[in-house]
Ligand binder design. Structure first.
Ligand SMILES: NC(=O)c1ccc[n+]([C@@H]2O[C@H](COP(=O)([O-])OP(=O)(O)OC[C@H]3O[C@@H](n4cnc5c(N)ncnc54)[C@H](O)[C@@H]3O)[C@@H](O)[C@H]2O)c1
Length: 475
């Protein structure tokens, strides 16, 4: 790309281009159906009442958190909110300060603070009811297999494992040991998607024939996670269709409720590569890059000014911009200051998949890195009606009455979920896992290990198709 083109593209995004077109808002396709028009009726009835997050248990389950980074902290938070349901009795992280951060919060005994996850299993004894596995993608398989062998129930971060073989082995082991494995497909537990699926399952829009689903990755999030960060290399972690979008494949499978037959995918890395580096850009944004004010991906803007994605910098509560800048210059963290055109990344920044389920129900899925905000957009086409939503609210059109009905968080009265990640799905999943372990009933979870595995197989097939250019059957 020429420098002029680079600058122009930067200018476009920096100007704050909003999403436009039919996915701009949930009501954009049907004239007169916007909230401002006052024509929408609230959607009522069905099974739309969302339960609160308190666990329905008579004793707390005990857990060991393996991987005390971002996600480990999210799940441990449930124990802070509801100590009657969950107690963190052990922690494991190769980084001392991370394991102690959660360890101190939960008064974990010194002998239950482990480094590498292998130390958790070294005694050969079961030390708690369950483990939470929130280590990087390529470090799920071994601790999960060891935990199952010792009789732990497992809350397992997605993606299950980087290869189909390892995924299958975990499934076999879960069956063999009869333990609960809850895969963190958190969007299934988000009130928004639960309500949307309830509408579909109620038959209100007739038979579902087709779905369009889009995952916009906010541009700075793309730069942080998939260009500079932990998920930049598909070989070290998993292809982006699994690392980022296995949730979406899982949602499609869950809403359509039929097995997937085949999938065709395309996508590539268009922008974040060496040939697009503007002239004179140094290796790090902190080394006097002359293009900072024209580049929306510049690390100083994202971390010091916008204060996004700060969890990785271990700031311990100090959000002073100068301190953040010093972290970006610190060799332990300076990978997050790298020029986005000079990283060792290979994940595609745009990806489309065409998916066919049983009865030839079709779905199209798009993942794009160039968007001002995240939040999935979904359209469900049924024989008698239609749903369109943006993860905050959705509208249901009935072709007979022609009157749209709206579901939003206010309608469901769920303020308790506010601020919980993935539209409330993070904490709701933790609650269901706690209840499933306490009652020893995997049926209390929305997703069995078998179904979770099916959507992972869709992801592996999509990636095979993207690389081969061929339609891939689901094995
Ligand atoms: N469900 C979701 O929506 C969702 C969202 C983000 C990330 N994830 C997944 O969650 C997992 C963790 O992601 P994260 O963002 O918390 O990453 P993170 O880097 O913040 O945390 C991972 C932690 O694991 C520790 N670790 C690494 N090797 C270890 C070992 N051998 N033993 C013990 N600890 C070890 C690291 O030091 C780090 O603190 C990843 O698999 C990721 O793909 C899922």
């Amino acid at each position: 790309m020429k420098r002029r083109d680079f600058l122009r593209s930067c200018g476009l995004v920096a100007a704050g281009t909003a999403l436009s077109g039919p996915f701009a808002s949930a009501s954009s396709l049907i004239p007169g159906a916007s909230p401002a028009s006052g024509k929408d009726e609230p959607l009522k009835g069905l099974d739309l009442k969302i339960r609160d997050l308190a666990p329905n248990t008579d004793h707390p389950i005990t857990v060991i958190v393996i991987g005390c980074g971002n996600r480990g902290g999210v799940y441990a938070r449930y124990a802070e909110m509801f100590p009657q349901g969950m107690k963190v009795v052990g922690v494991s992280d190769i980084l001392e300060h991370r394991k102690n951060r959660i360890g101190n919060k939960h008064n974990v005994a010194p002998e239950m603070r482990f480094g590498h996850y292998r130390e958790v299993f070294a005694s050969g004894k079961k030390l708690a009811d369950a483990v939470v596995i929130a280590t990087p993608d390529d470090r799920h398989y071994e601790p999960c297999m060891k935990a199952l062998a010792l009789g732990y129930d497992v809350l397992l971060e997605k993606p299950v494992a980087p290869t189909e073989k390892e995924c299958m082995a975990i499934r076999e082991m879960a069956h063999k040991t009869g333990r609960i494995v809850a895969v963190c497909h958190v969007l299934r537990y988000a009130p928004y998607f639960m309500a949307l699926r309830s509408v579909v399952r109620s038959g209100m829009i007739g038979d579902v024939v087709s779905i369009q689903h889009m995952e916009p990755i906010q541009y700075a999030h793309m730069a942080h996670s998939y260009v500079r960060g932990n998920w930049r290399d598909s070989k070290e972690t998993t292809p982006i269709i699994l690392a980022k979008s296995c949730h979406d494949l899982d949602l499609l499978r869950w809403i359509i409720d039929k097995p997937c037959k085949h999938i065709t995918a395309d996508g590539d890395l268009y922008f974040f590569k060496k040939e697009n580096a503007p002239e004179g850009a140094p290796a790090h944004c902190t080394e006097g890059c002359p293009h900072l004010d024209k580049c929306p991906y510049n690390a100083i803007d994202i971390y010091c000014k916008q204060k996004r994605h700060l969890g990785v910098l271990d700031l311990e509560g100090n959000y002073d911009p100068d301190f953040i800048l010093s972290r970006l210059k610190d060799p332990r963290y300076d990978s997050y200051a790298r020029c986005v055109f000079r990283c060792d990344n290979n994940q595609p920044d745009h990806y489309v998949a065409s998916i066919v389920f049983d009865d030839n129900i079709t779905a199209s899925f798009t993942m794009d890195a160039f968007a001002p905000s995240g939040g999935r957009r979904t359209r469900v086409m049924g024989t008698m009606g239609y749903i369109e939503g943006d993860m905050k609210e959705f509208r249901v059109w009935d072709f007979l009455t022609r009157k749209p009905k709206v579901w939003n968080e206010k309608v469901a009265e769920i303020p308790e979920y506010a601020g919980s990640g993935h539209g409330g799905g993070d904490l709701r999943l933790t609650r269901d896992f706690v209840e499933a372990v306490a009652a020893q009933d995997p049926g209390l979870l929305s997703s069995s290990i078998d179904v979770s595995m099916e959507s992972h197989m869709m992801g592996f097939a999509a990636e095979r198709s993207r690389r081969s250019g061929k339609k891939e059957k689901i094995r």
